[in-house]
Design a protein around this ligand. Structure first.
Ligand code: N01
Length: 492
């Protein structure tokens, strides 16, 4: 088996397969360590907006989190620790980028081309992540900018921003952490906002010594903390997915926050969103509005026309000179470049398969025409309100059971039936129709070029857990392996 990527999902797959006795796998990782997005996103202020007791593996609870919402270094350290303790690093190949994966119908395997050679695998587990490929804005002249220029996920730590004039483009989850973190160091920040985000309070604090003692020593406390966070977050699904009108309560809270944290009425107007809260990811921060309210921070809401030399020029003709530009414009989510490199049984790439109706998978994991392939954090498994690690672990239950099924039944090929995939997606899209993501009046990366929401899970997450608990082989066309055909037929 080949696992592509070693972030939370790929590493989780390695650990869970290993535990289940499926030890013949290799993890191909283009970076130089495990950690994925938590290895790459080292920008100042990087931290998780889901409490760590929930944003961690259920099979590797951590009593040592120092605060409720962990920072990036602590999460990266946690992931590295899990990898080391699980004993799966011996099957990792680092600095190995998969450049092409093509299904070989004749041999029932995947042929992989990588930057470190070629290989074949019976099973391909795509754990390449949804937030891995930085999306750069197509602003005329930006490539010829005379100063420092980098994406939030590729922070240039050699660039000394102290005393410099800096532009930050974007006001998403990354930007709202970066701006307050650098505001004291730099001379001036121009924040370029295209759409104002809704913000809620961040209930972040260090754990007391007594709490940490309890996490370490009292059985069940960690699980209880986790369950409490899970339940509190899951309640939001009622408003987000079922009854968007309820989200108005959050809007009231957010408006009160704007009034309390910003003095300038004009700035208050600029930061007040014009869509229903929840339509785009709700952000949590206590230092974003105070940062915007500083005299040395300007919020620019005019669109960017071009970059010229050292200046960013907006549509109204104003030129603002800067020494550095931080591009915090998000990721290629619905159009990942990985989709070009994976070719299924009819030779078509995933990009081609997704071209008509957008990204679609069965249970977010398998795609018709791509046998023996499982995608982690696949279509419609994303969340805005709670821990992705919960969804990943649900998928891992499914994948591990699928591999066990293949082994037990002697199957060399599994391909999800197109009708199962279609029916699954029809129901999914039906559930999404009334959700705030579709009706809230915003443009977001949750929607693809067709206007379909192919990213989010539209229901309670425990429902996803339930439907991925067991591998449902009946939804698949299966082929017994040539070696095992007699035995397999018996068992089937
Ligand atoms: O990216 P985003 P992000 N010109 O896509 C703007 C996760 N995350 O890196 O809203 C000007 O959310 C864009 O404007 P608009 C989390 O899942 C988690 O911040 O499209 N502006 C927006 O303001 C999150 O959702 C944590 O109008 C342009 C911003 O750039 C995901 O990562 C922390 C532009 C992009 O926001 C991505 O967050 C950080 C252009 N051409 C991130 N193009 C946790 O704590 C885009 N924008 C777990």
């Amino acid at each position: 088996m080949a696992i592509v990527g070693s972030g939370f999902s790929g590493l989780g797959a390695a650990v869970r397969l290993d535990e289940a006795g499926h030890r013949d796998f290799v993890v191909l990782e283009r970076g130089n360590d495990v950690g994925g997005t938590w290895r790459d996103n080292t920008y100042p202020g990087a931290a998780c907006d889901v409490p760590s007791h929930l944003y961690s593996y259920s099979f590797a609870l951590n009593p040592n989190w120092t605060r409720s919402f962990s920072t990036q270094p602590e999460i990266e350290e946690y992931i590295c620790g899990v990898a080391g303790r699980a004993g799966v690093l011996d099957r990792h190949v680092f600095g190995c980028e998969v450049t092409r994966a093509a299904w070989q119908e004749e041999h029932h395997c995947w042929a992989l081309s990588t930057t470190r050679g070629t290989m074949t695998a019976d099973v391909l587990i795509g754990a390449f992540g949804a937030l891995a490929e930085p999306s750069l804005p197509a602003i005329p002249g930006i490539d010829d900018f005379d100063g420092e220029l980098f994406h939030s996920a590729q922070w240039n730590h050699d660039a000394n921003l102290a005393g410099k004039r800096v532009a930050v483009i974007g006001t998403g989850a990354s930007a709202i952490q970066i701006v307050p973190a650098i505001a004291d160091t730099v001379a001036h920040i121009d924040v370029y906002q295209r759409t104002a985000p809704w913000l809620l309070p961040r209930f972040d604090r260090p754990f007391t010594r007594a709490e940490r003692w309890a996490f370490r020593n009292i059985p069940g406390v960690l699980r209880l903390a986790r369950a409490g966070i899970y339940a509190a977050r899951e309640v939001q699904v009622v408003g987000l997915a079922k009854n968007p009108r309820l989200m108005k309560l959050f809007e009231l809270l957010s408006r009160a926050k704007i009034r309390a944290e910003i003095r300038d009425p004009q700035l208050r107007r600029k930061v007040t969103p014009n869509f229903r809260i929840g339509c785009k990811r709700m952000l949590i921060a206590n230092d974003w509005y105070p940062a915007l309210d500083r005299d040395d921070v300007d919020l620019v809401t005019d669109g960017i026309r071009e970059v010229n030399g050292h200046s960013i020029i907006t549509e109204d003709g104003t030129a603002r000179e800067v020494d550095a530009i931080v591009v915090a414009t998000g990721f290629h989510v619905t159009d990942s470049p990985m989709f070009d490199t994976i070719c299924g049984s009819d030779g078509r790439s995933l990009s081609q398969t997704f071209a008509d109706k957008g990204m679609r998978a069965y249970k977010g994991t398998t795609i018709a025409g791509y046998p023996n392939m499982f995608v982690l954090i696949g279509p419609n498994t994303g969340l805005g309100h709670t821990s992705m690690v919960y969804m990943i672990e649900s998928q891992l239950n499914y994948v591990v059971d699928a591999v066990t099924t293949m082994t037990r039944r002697g199957l060399s090929r599994l391909d999800v039936r197109q009708e199962a995939l279609d029916a699954y997606n029809e129901e999914l899209q039906h559930k999404l129709t009334g959700s705030v993501w579709m009706t809230g009046g915003c443009a977001s990366w949750y929607l693809d070029a067709h206007g379909n929401n192919t990213t989010l899970w539209p229901d309670f997450t425990f429902r996803f857990r339930a439907q991925t608990k067991r591998f449902d082989v009946d939804a698949y066309e299966t082929t017994a392996s040539r070696n095992n055909q007699a035995g397999a037929v018996d068992e089937l």
